[in-house]
Structure formats: structure tokens, C-alpha cells
Ligand binder design. Sequence first.
Ligand SMILES: CC(C)(COP(=O)(O)OP(=O)(O)OC[C@H]1O[C@@H](n2cnc3c(N)ncnc32)[C@H](O)[C@@H]1OP(=O)(O)O)[C@@H](O)C(=O)NCCC(=O)NCCS
Length: 179
Amino acid sequence: MDGKLVRLRAYEKSDLDAVMKWVNDEEVTDLLGGEMLAYPVSSIAEAKFIEAYASPSDKQKNFAIETLAERRYIGAISFNVIDWQSRHAGIGIVIGDKSLWGKGYGTDAMRIMMRLAFDKMNLHRLYLDVHDYNTRAIASYEKCGFRREAVLREHHFGRGKYCDTIVMGILESEYRALA
Ligand SMILES: CC(C)(COP(=O)(O)OP(=O)(O)OC[C@H]1O[C@@H](n2cnc3c(N)ncnc32)[C@H](O)[C@@H]1OP(=O)(O)O)[C@@H](O)C(=O)NCCC(=O)NCCS
């Protein structure tokens, strides 16, 4: 699935080396939710994770992000909790290569996911949550048309203190209005 700068494709075993370059980088993992990457990750554990992550499921659809120009792996994006009855899905995204932040790759990947969700999977709502200090991510999601829907106060603990978590979402009707 191609955008203007990136392509989303299935994960492959051969992505392991590229993933290991960012998965233990605290500057990257501090910005992600949950505890999963709070501790050092071995290549053994990561290989198992990739195997599960790459396997199709009704509840999750996970993709590698690669540059269109060089076909180089740069990160991951997923529908991580799909609810087919209410037709909504949560999204997670990471551009693991820090040198590529702020160059439009994440926004492009998110727009491909929106196209996939609303034009192909027939979903009704997409949502995600983000630490309040992750201003780059919030700017990217707002550019895509996501709105701030809720604040979960002091929801996340990291960097020695609590921060608020912002829930952002976009409805299918809002996506259609963007076009
Ligand atoms: C969040 C992420 C996916 C965004 O992708 P990206 O390719 O870096 O973002 P983009 O370049 O598409 O868009 C970022 C926007 O924020 C702006 N921006 C850049 N740095 C910023 C900062 N420190 N504060 C506020 N805005 C910033 C950019 O200028 C750009 O807007 P513009 O195109 O109008 O100029 C990526 O930065 C990333 O993976 N970060 C680490 C992991 C992470 O935070 N994941 C999300 C967890 S919710």
C-alpha cells in the first residue's frame, strides 16, 4: 500500500536487524505507550515478537513502514485493537529511525492507514492515545484530521513523573469531509 513517501507492507523475518536498531533506544521507546518496551529487548524475544506480529489476525493488522524511494524499513504501524461490531480500531505507530522524524513519513503512513480503514475495511472510527509531551506526534495526527477527544489525567508514568494521555480520534464522516 503506497503513499507519497512510504509503503506499508507485511513484516518479514529479515526486518529483525532494522528493528533491533531502535527497539532499545529510550528516546524512541519513551514516546510509546505501555510497558512493553520499558526493559531491554533481546533479538531472541524480538524475533518471536516479529513472528507473531507478522501473522494475520482478526483483531490486529500490523505493517512495516518502508521508504518508497529506497525500500528501506523505517518503522511499524498497526491497527492494534479492531472491533468489528462497533467498527473501530486503535492505531499505533513508530518511525524507529530518529533521523527521519519530522520529514512527513509518519503522516504519510497514517494517511495510508486511514484510506485502508475507511475505504477498504469499512471501519467507522479510528483512535489512538499519545503522551501529552509528544508534540510532534500530536501535530502529525492533527494534520491527518484526528481530533483531541479526551484527556486521561496522569495516566502514564515515565521519565520519573506522571503525564496526561491524550485520546485522539477520527470518524469516517470526518475523513470523507477531508476529501
Ligand atoms: C510520531 C511520529 C510517527 C510522527 O511521524 P513523523 O514522520 O516524525 O511526523 P511528520 O513529519 O509527518 O509530522 C510531524 C509534524 O510535527 C511537526 N513537528 C516536528 N517536530 C515537532 C515538535 N518537536 N513539536 C511539535 N511539532 C513538531 C512537524 O513540523 C510536522 O508538521 P508540518 O509537516 O506541518 O511541519 C514519529 O515522529 C515517531 O515515530 N516518533 C517516535 C515514536 C512515537 O512518538 N510514536 C507515536 C506514539 S503515540
